[in-house]
Design a binder for this molecule. Structure first.
Ligand code: ARG
Length: 262
C-alpha cells in the first residue's frame, strides 16, 4: 500500500513540475504565446546613451527610452526583457531575430527605412555641437574648414558631418560610443563633437567643471525617434504602435519625456 502511495505521489509531483515547466517555457523566446498573442518581447539597446539608455550603478539598463518601453509594455500587458547589444551590432541583431525590436534613440531616416520598419515617432531630437569653451566655432558650417569632428559611428550625427565635409574625410573621428566620441574632443583629438541634444546636454549637466560649451544650429533638421523592427514585422510594429498611441493619449509619454509628439 505504502509503495503504491509513494508511486502516486511521485507521479503527481512529476506532472506538477512538467505543467510548471511547460507554462514557463514558451516565455523565453519572446515568441507568440499559445493563443497567438504576444506575451513577451526581447528588446535590444545600446546602453551607453544617458539619459536615454544606460547602465546604472547596479548594472541595470535604465533611462528615458526604457521608461517609455516599460510604459508601453504595461499598457499592452506584456513582458519585456532588455539586452545591451551595443550600437552597431544592434542592427544585425534585429535582422537575425536576436531581439524582437530595438530602442536606442534611433532616428527614423529614409535610409534606415529601406532596411527596417519603424513605429510611429515617440520623441523629437536634434543635433547639438559640443566644443571647448574657448572655441571660436559658432555654427555647424564653420566645422568645414579643416576641423576634426568626433561622432558616434553610423549615427545621424555621423551622417550630418559626412554631408558637410565628405563621407570619407579623415577629419571625422567615428567612435564606437558617444561617450568615447566626447572623450576624443575633451582630450584634444577633435575640435568638436556632434550628437543628439539629449546626450550632449546630459554630458554638460554631469560635467559642470569641464571647460566646454554647446552650439545650437537651426540648420539641423528635427529628428524623430522610433522603435525599430525587422523589415516586414508588422505584428510587433503594430502592437508597439498601439502601446505608443495609448501612452500618448493618457499623458504617460509626456510625463516621461516632457515633450509632446503628435
Ligand atoms: N539618434 C541618433 C541616430 O539614430 C543617435 C542614436 C544613438 N543611440 C545610442 N543608443 N547610441 O543615429
Amino acid at each position: 500500500m505504502k509503495k503504491i502511495l509513494r508511486f502516486w505521489s511521485i507521479t503527481m509531483l512529476l506532472m506538477a513540475v512538467s505543467v510548471i515547466l511547460f507554462a514557463c517555457g514558451g516565455d523565453d523566446e519572446g515568441a507568440p504565446a499559445e493563443d497567438g498573442e504576444i506575451s513577451k518581447l526581447v528588446v535590444g539597446t545600446d546602453a551607453t546613451y544617458a539619459p536615454m539608455e544606460y547602465m546604472d550603478d547596479n548594472g541595470d539598463i535604465v533611462g528615458i527610452d526604457i521608461d517609455i518601453v516599460d510604459a508601453i509594455a504595461e499598457e499592452l500587458g506584456i513582458e519585456v526583457e532588455y539586452k545591451n547589444i551595443g550600437w552597431e551590432p544592434l542592427f544585425p541583431a534585429v535582422d537575425n531575430d536576436e531581439v524582437d525590436f530595438a530602442v536606442s534613440s534611433i532616428t527614423i531616416t529614409d535610409k534606415r527605412e529601406e532596411s527596417y520598419d519603424f513605429t510611429d515617432p515617440y520623441y523629437i531630437a536634434n543635433q547639438l555641437i559640443l566644443v571647448p569653451e574657448g572655441s571660436e566655432i559658432a555654427s555647424f558650417s564653420e566645422l568645414e574648414d579643416d576641423k576634426t569632428i568626433s561622432v558616434q559611428i553610423n549615427t545621424t550625427g555621423h551622417t550630418v558631418v559626412q554631408k558637410l565635409i565628405g563621407e570619407t574625410n579623415p577629419n571625422i573621428l567615428a567612435a564606437e560610443t558617444m561617450p568615447l566620441a566626447i572623450t576624443e574632443m575633451i582630450n584634444g583629438n577633435a575640435d568638436a563633437s556632434v550628437g543628439d541634444n539629449s546626450t550632449i546636454n546630459e554630458y554638460m549637466d554631469n560635467n559642470p567643471n569641464e571647460a566646454v560649451k554647446t552650439i545650437e544650429d537651426d540648420d539641423f533638421e528635427k529628428e524623430y525617434y522610433g522603435l525599430m523592427v525587422k523589415k516586414g514585422n508588422d505584428e510587433v510594429r503594430e502592437l508597439l504602435n498601439e502601446g505608443i498611441e495609448k501612452i500618448k493619449e493618457n499623458g504617460k509619454l509626456e510625463e516621461i519625456t516632457g515633450i509632446v509628439v503628435e
